[in-house]
Ligand binder design. Structure first.
Ligand code: PGA
Length: 250
């Protein structure tokens, strides 16, 4: 099975022209390109093989919600996947209850939800078991009332201590290994399968780059990767795409 890569550009690049250039360079099968909202239409217009993704969404369908964007608006723009519960949104105050509403309304609208979960260094300092309990509590709250109906659900495991960091500088107890990520991903998959009766795709995210992608994507338990910083460099990202497709063939 081919592994999926999500290019999460975050609040980059700065112009539509650059976004279109980057999208053309990263347009490949089994890729989701997630640009900032203002570039969705232009990027969607040039993607032929990759799918269009959004970085966030609001749960209400319409109304007096200044600054928000509904799942249906995204869907009408050609968006197929939406990232929900990214740690950078959670750090700005997004709660599990808000994440849950976003998951429910996005699935209802027929979007593919990529739900992000992951423990911080505080939970991890108490060991793998504590990190597992933290992630299970997030999943329980974020998936309340979810029955996958029209849309599809996948999960990205993104430990906070690995996002936008040189992870091995942060962790000395082997938490930064693909084996550790795969063990947590297995835990997540088991949890979701027991809860929903389907085997979800579970991706890894956190400083995945050209130098370490082969190790993470080469692990059979990891279904793909959410790539932030390295997705802004098209050469590096395409190298990761090659790693993903050869890992998928094995
Ligand atoms: P990073 O971001 O690859 O820059 O660590 C991943 C993410 O936050 O989605």
């Amino acid at each position: 099975m081919s592994k999926l890569l999500i290019a999460n550009w975050k609040m980059n690049p700065q112009t539509e022209a650059e976004a279109v250039r980057l999208a053309r360079a990263e347009d490949a099968p089994n890729v989701v390109v997630a640009p900032p909202f203002p570039f969705l239409r232009a990027v969607g217009g040039v993607l032929r093989k990759a799918a269009l993704g959004a970085q966030d969404v609001f749960w209400e369908p319409r109304g007096a919600f200044t600054g928000e964007v509904s799942p249906t608006m995204l869907k009408r723009l050609g968006v197929r996947y939406v990232i929900v519960g990214h740690s950078e949104q959670r750090q700005l105050g997004e709660t599990d209850a808000m994440v849950n509403r976003k998951v429910l309304s996005s699935l209802e609208a027929g979007l593919g939800v990529i739900l992000c979960v992951g423990e911080g260094s505080g939970a991890r300092a108490h060991g793998f078991g504590a990190a597992q309990r933290f992630v299970a509590a997030q999943l329980r709250a974020d998936l309340r009332g979810v029955k996958v109906a029209r849309g599809s659900l996948s999960i990205a495991y993104e430990p906070l201590w690995a996002i936008s960091t040189a992870r091995s500088a942060n962790y000395k107890d082997n938490a930064d290994t693909p084996e550790d990520a795969a063990a947590m991903i297995d835990h997540i998959r088991t949890f979701v399968r027991a809860r929903l009766g389907v085997r979800p795709l579970v991706f890894y995210g956190g400083s995945v780059n050209g130098g370490n992608a082969a190790r993470f994507l080469g692990n059979r338990g990891i279904d793909g990767a959410l790539v932030g910083g390295a997705s802004l460099n098209s050469k590096e990202f395409i190298y990761i795409v090659k790693m993903a497709s050869s890992a998928g063939e094995r």
